[in-house]
Ligand binder design. Structure first.
Ligand SMILES: C[S@@+](CC[C@H](N)C(=O)[O-])C[C@H]1O[C@@H](n2cnc3c(N)ncnc32)[C@H](O)[C@@H]1O
Length: 471
């Protein structure tokens, strides 16, 4: 029998005294939110000090949960992740009055009025198209053409060569350009989300509101980091909630027509819904959520760094590492590039591709040229990446708990680049004890070695606990 072959040790989750049930800041592929209690139980029973480190923090949910009982270092190569974790583990609670006054300051000023004026040709056109609720096929096709062609960034970079553009879109873009060129340098600079992603991922009206908030938030960056982090994290959560894409990722804009140029009905109605979300209402909701859920603990740290650099340079007495690196060829930076650019506020150059008969064009996804490419996602590099992880973490003489999902919910069953057996054999070079723990129905159980790659692992979530370093 399957059960008798397992060395089972169960801990019912209800036994534990966990203070919060987790908080989901953004829609995130591979989020470990539903496993935070199990992760925490394993960390608590194995840690060697009360300082724990989440090496690939992503949406920050594990760091947040571990902060219930520990000082936490939250690490990720992406800056947006640092912002979210920082808000969760070393945030700053906002009162209702402070929220209202922040929004008033952000929107009651000349720059916001300039943005509204500059973008009026595009907001008016988009709203006149949306007013139809995209009821007829003709309305849907017109709107699809608007979404395909309205990118201000692409328009400004293309020297006005827009052969495919419908006239109404081109006319609005030209009018916008006149106003943009006549605006002050500061107003032009404040046009950021609207210039990069307006009309494509968010409505233009949403984008200029995002810009107004972003501008005010960044004024706080060097003055009050906890306040800056919680405001910016709330804006990132807002973006994740309102973005007009399938699955709320940012990998590509919604394509509203099929290959025969017929409108996709369901996507049209979703697009109307998403573009009508009110940014201020949703931002306020998130600011309240972060304020109710965050820790205000200055000893918690959020760091933007490559894990290897961190492991080679950190001198802290870490009591347990939690590691959840990417496991497939899909780079996380492709799904969350917009969060990264909004958080960095660094006016990135966007990637181009060669299109036959046209030449170089800006890619439809509007990706940053310097999007991070993780070695964990490159077949020829992945073994080296795991070796660096085990070698670097083992120097701290504390346990390392590694997550491994044999399959990925939400994605199309991408193969893992390494099998569990391959990971175990790499870990065994640096740790005396390497246990595989299957998490199923809120219990975790240790699997015996022979069963590591059986059918059992196809549906459960797996963790690998590495202990007793070989140094
Ligand atoms: C599977 S996700 C982590 C998910 C996270 N546990 C959660 O529940 O939200 C993997 C993360 O690894 C990060 N990452 C990839 N390569 C990295 C590197 N070299 N150093 C640090 N972080 C890296 C990605 O940015 C991504 O956020």
């Amino acid at each position: 029998m399957f059960q008798s072959e397992l060395d089972i040790y169960t801990h019912s989750v209800s036994d534990t005294n966990v203070e919060n049930n987790g908080f989901r800041p953004i829609q995130y592929l591979g989020s470990k939110l539903r496993l935070v209690k199990e992760i925490s139980e394993i960390v608590e029973s194995n840690k060697t000090s009360n300082l724990v480190c989440d090496l690939f923090s992503g949406s920050g949910v594990v760091s947040h949960f571990l902060a219930n009982k520990n000082a936490v270092i939250s690490l990720d190569i992406q800056y947006y992740s640092t912002v979210i974790s920082s808000a969760l583990i070393n945030g700053r609670k906002f009162s209702k009055e402070e929220i209202t006054s922040f929004i008033k300051e952000a929107t009651d000023n000349a720059i916001f009025s300039d943005l509204q004026f500059m973008y009026e040709p595009l907001t008016s056109l988009e709203e006149s198209l949306l007013k139809s609720k995209l009821a007829s096929d003709d309305d849907k096709l017109k709107f699809a053409s608007f979404v395909e062609n309205c990118s201000v960034y692409s328009y400004l970079k293309s020297n006005n060569l827009f052969p495919d553009t419908e006239n109404i879109v081109l006319t609005a873009l030209k009018k916008f350009e006149e106003r943009f060129k006549a605006a002050t340098e500061l107003s032009r600079k404040t046009s950021y989300c609207s210039l990069y992603y307006g009309g494509v991922y968010f409505s233009f009206r949403q984008s200029i509101m995002i810009d107004a908030l972003l501008f005010k938030i960044n004024e706080l960056k060097s003055i009050d980091k906890p306040k800056y982090s919680i405001l910016l994290a709330s804006l990132l959560s807002t973006l994740s909630e309102i973005v007009a894409t399938v699955g709320k990722q940012f990998a590509q804009p919604m394509k509203l027509t099929d290959k025969n140029n017929k409108p996709k009905k369901l996507l049209a109605s979703r697009s109307v819904r998403d573009r009508n979300y009110d940014v201020v209402t949703i931002f306020t909701k998130w600011l309240n959520e972060y304020s109710s859920n965050c820790f205000q603990q200055p000893t918690n740290k959020s760091i933007t760094s490559d894990y290897k650099y961190f492991l080679d340079n950190c001198k802290e007495n870490i009591g347990c590492f939690y590691a959840d690196p990417p496991y497939t060829i899909d780079h996380y930076s492709r799904f969350y590039h917009i969060l990264e650019s909004i958080a960095l506020y660094d006016y990135p150059e966007l990637a181009t591709m060669n299109k036959s008969n046209v030449g170089n064009v800006i890619m439809k996804g509007l990706y940053r040229v310097d999007r991070h490419q993780s070695l964990f996602c490159v077949p020829s590099q992945v073994k080296g990446a795991f070796t660096d992880l085990f070698e670097g973490a083992s120097k701290f003489n504390c346990p390392l708990l590694l997550s491994y999902s044999p399959f990925e919910e939400n994605t199309t069953h991408r193969p893992r680049l390494l099998s569990i057996d391959e990971i175990i054999s790499l870990a065994n070079k640096y740790y005396e004890s390497v246990e595989v723990i299957e998490i199923k129905q809120h219990q975790h159980r240790k699997l015996n070695q022979a069963k590591n790659n059986t059918e059992a692992l196809k549906h459960g979530e797996v963790m690998i606990l590495c202990k007793q370093t070989k140094n």
